[in-house]
Design a protein around this ligand. Structure first.
Ligand code: NAP
Ligand code: G3H
Length: 463
């Protein structure tokens, strides 16, 4: 294979050159696709035990190399080292769980005479078979975990994989696949398709060899892909504008701590980050004052110092967050904390008196800004939560469980968190977004199911 081009990757926080990956040509992608197409039928004939053992060896290598990989992740995507290490260990746990959970997947059996006029001599049963070539496209913010969350179930169900990592995150992707190769991955079963999504993305997603797409990333790219890849099964996990609704402050200390870590963890670069607070007018002054007092606890700095807020992934992202903050200020929002900037490092910013007229009330910043929207009633909070184009998660904080359940039932989101910040894990929980937040469901068992199909076998008894 001839490499056309090279992409050099730099640490967003320091500008240090970290390494490079090939920018593949369409010819090279064609070769990968041919290999992947030929590989999965043979792999699908291996026993579940063989596949599970491969995954267990993979997770063991990730645990062994966790610190080394975490250093790379931390530098490449500017994530606190401690969080990067957690990501690697979480991924090893995820892979182990996938390897075990697939062994427990059981098909179905039917009798013909369960249907009117059906014969009792007809018996059908189903079992899980692979789809073929799975295209796994991951985002920058969890380059190990969200890649393995696709690759592990795909392999376990007997598929081959084309893995397109985010370009900023591709070196971490290489480390992930190196560990899999060391674990004994059959050659060509998983192939790394590096290159800019803007250059090779459309070609890959429309390639006739692809049988399933698992995508995690932004709404814009997700919608674009879903339009291109007609008739191909797809799972999309996209952006969010997760709301936290505060119904009372009985457990104020806990609420403040969840709001702070939920909004500012990894600089707000989580799909599940708390991206707006709805608080009743009657509680707002107290909440605002407590949040403001807690803001200095949000540490800011380089990823190796384990700061909560670190330089954002790139200048374009930092500019976008600043644009949302400026728009809010221009329209009358009050800056309670932050709104300073040094390159891509934005200080954690707390905005009060945000109104629905402001962009930050609706758009996903993917950065360290927390808007507070004061509401006259809980119904208004529910209405504004549901008005969003997103529907990933929401949190409700309070002490009256009847009120909380009643609100939860009215929220149009994939997951409602009660008295806890929005978050995806643990990784075996089904995880999904509605509206522009996604399509289909992830989470270990759901991913195993979406990367396979139930094939029916019908037995016609002759005697
Ligand atoms: P992104 O810009 O949409 O990129 C995601 C992936 O798509 C990258 O691998 C990217 O490659 C690739 N890509 C770009 N254009 C493509 C095309 N035309 N065809 C195929 N692939 C293409 O997202 P991101 O900035 O990495 O991640 C942040 C976004 O992801 C946020 O909106 C966040 O909310 C969302 N997210 C959602 C979840 C969830 O589970 N709901 C989890 C994590 C992140 P390049 O890097 O080469 O452009
Ligand atoms: O960025 C989106 C991730 O799926 C969020 O995962 O809630 O574990 O941080 P997390």
């Amino acid at each position: 294979m001839q490499i056309q081009d090279i992409i050099t990757l730099y640490a967003p926080a320091t500008g240090e050159a970290l390494g490079s990956v090939p920018a593949l040509s369409t010819q090279q992608i064609d070769t990968m696709m041919t290999t992947a197409t030929h590989k999965w039928p043979e792999w699908s004939q291996t026993t579940l035990e063989t596949r599970s053992n491969l995954l267990k060896r993979w997770s063991a290598i990730l645990r062994r190399d966790a610190e080394k990989i975490a250093v790379l992740v931390s530098k490449e995507i500017s994530k606190a080292y401690a969080d990067s290490l957690k990501e690697v260990i979480r991924t090893a746990d995820l892979i182990d769980y996938v390897a075990d959970d697939a062994l427990r997947m059981i098909g179905e059996a039917y009798r013909g005479d369960q249907f009117p006029g059906g014969s009792q001599r007809k018996i059908a049963f189903s079992h899980y078979v692979p789809l073929g070539v799975v295209l796994a496209i991951s985002p920058f913010n969890y380059p190990i975990n969200l890649a393995a969350a696709k690759i592990a179930p795909a392999l376990m169900m007997g598929n081959s994989v084309i893995f397109k990592p985010a370009t900023q995150g591709a070196l971490s992707g290489v480390a992930l696949i190196d560990a899999l190769i060391e674990a004994g991955l059959p050659k060509g079963l998983v192939q790394l398709a590096t290159g800019r999504g803007s250059v090779i993305g459309d070609y890959i997603v429309q390639h006739p060899a692809i049988n399933m797409i698992s995508f995690t990333g932004s709404v814009g790219i997700g919608r674009h892909i879903s339009g291109l890849a007609a008739m191909i099964p797809q799972v999309h996990e996209l952006g969010g504008k997760d709301a936290a609704i505060i119904t009372d402050l009985a457990n104020e200390k806990h609420i403040i701590s969840e709001l702070i870590s939920g909004a500012f963890g990894y600089s707000g670069q989580r799909c599940t980050a708390i991206k707006r607070i709805f608080v009743l007018d009657s509680l707002a002054d107290q909440l605002v004052s407590s949040l403001q007092a807690a803001m200095p606890t949000v540490t800011v700095g380089l990823p190796e110092t384990n700061a909560m807020v670190t330089p954002l992934i790139d200048t374009k992202s930092a500019d976008f967050v600043q644009e949302l903050i400026d728009d809010a200020i221009n329209q009358g929002a009050t800056v309670l904390f932050g709104n300073t900037r040094e390159g891509n490092l934005l200080s954690p910013t707390l905005l009060d008196n945000v109104t629905p007229a402001m962009r930050v009330a609706w758009e996903e910043p993917f950065g360290p800004v927390l808007p507070i929207i004061r509401v006259a009633s809980i119904d208004e909070a529910i209405h504004l939560t549901n008005e969003s184009e997103f529907g990933l998660q929401a949190s409700i904080f309070g002490s009256n469980i009847d009120d909380i359940f009643s609100i939860a039932q009215k929220l149009q989101v994939g997951t409602v968190n009660i008295n806890g910040r929005s978050e995806r894990g643990p990784d075996h929980f089904p995880f999904s977004g509605i509206k522009n937040s996604g399509m289909g469901v992830q989470g270990i068992r759901r991913s195993l199911e979406s990367m396979s199909r139930q094939q029916m076998t019908v037995l016609n008894i002759q005697k």
